[in-house]
Write a protein that binds this ligand. Structure first.
Ligand code: G4P
Length: 193
């Protein structure tokens, strides 16, 4: 997605070896006009895929996911990272290990929000090692639903998330794919759409 790549080049900051800071438009402050375009691009790509629901994980997946859901005219559900006192019945959970934070956390979705008739499009802001997406796939599978694809805003293609998901037979569709960071600059490889 050209508009996204241009924005990453303009406002993204490379931190250290492998982190791209995009807090001015995606992970902290959110540019809703860009999110709206992201929503349209994913929706156009998946409009004939029979998707019934968009699923993401809090926090930074929510902004792109809500615009994808709006564009497709479908509900959006986000997995929670902390149990909430109102989550009293039927909860589906998965363990997610973060290599970045080196902690395992339990993520959950109330079972009433995913049924075996659902065909789910997973949306997330970043794909690094693929652990968050893997946890979401586990939860969706527990519900007896199907995963249509994983849609990613920024994929760090030099990490092994895509490989892990594709090995499990999951289709990964990324709007921007970072091949490397060279001298503090982002180098892209061909994005999926
Ligand atoms: P994984 O889910 O692909 O395995 O990723 P990993 O454990 O490495 O990443 C943990 C968190 O760090 C995730 O957010 C992920 O989106 C984020 N992250 C990974 N690489 C980058 C990067 O280069 N830049 C930025 N900005 N974020 C990155 P999270 O902890 O779930 O945070 P949040 O969504 O609640 O903000």
């Amino acid at each position: 997605m050209k508009l996204l790549e241009e924005r990453i080049l303009k406002d993204g900051q490379v931190l250290g070896e492998n982190i791209l800071k995009v807090d001015s438009f995606l992970t902290h402050q959110v540019d809703y006009q860009l999110m709206k375009e992201i929503g349209k691009v994913f929706a156009d790509h998946f409009k004939n895929a029979g998707i019934t629901k968009v699923v993401t994980i809090e926090a930074s997946g929510i902004a792109p996911a809500i615009y994808v859901a709006e564009s497709l005219g479908l509900p959006m559900v986000f997995a929670k990272k902390a149990k909430n006192i109102t989550m009293t019945e039927g909860i589906l959970t998965a363990e997610v290990y973060s290599f970045t934070k080196q902690v395992t956390s339990q993520v959950s979705i109330a079972s009433k929000f995913i049924s075996q008739d659902d065909k789910v499009l997973i949306i997330d802001d970043f794909l690094a090692n693929g652990q968050a997406a893997k946890g979401l796939i586990e939860i969706i599978t527990q519900a007896g639903a199907k995963v249509a694809a994983v849609g990613i805003v920024v994929e760090k293609s030099f990490q092994d998330g895509r490989e892990l998901l594709e090995k499990e037979g999951v289709n990964v569709v990324s709007l921007a794919r970072l091949a490397a960071f060279e001298n503090g600059q982002v180098v892209f490889t061909q994005a999926d759409i």
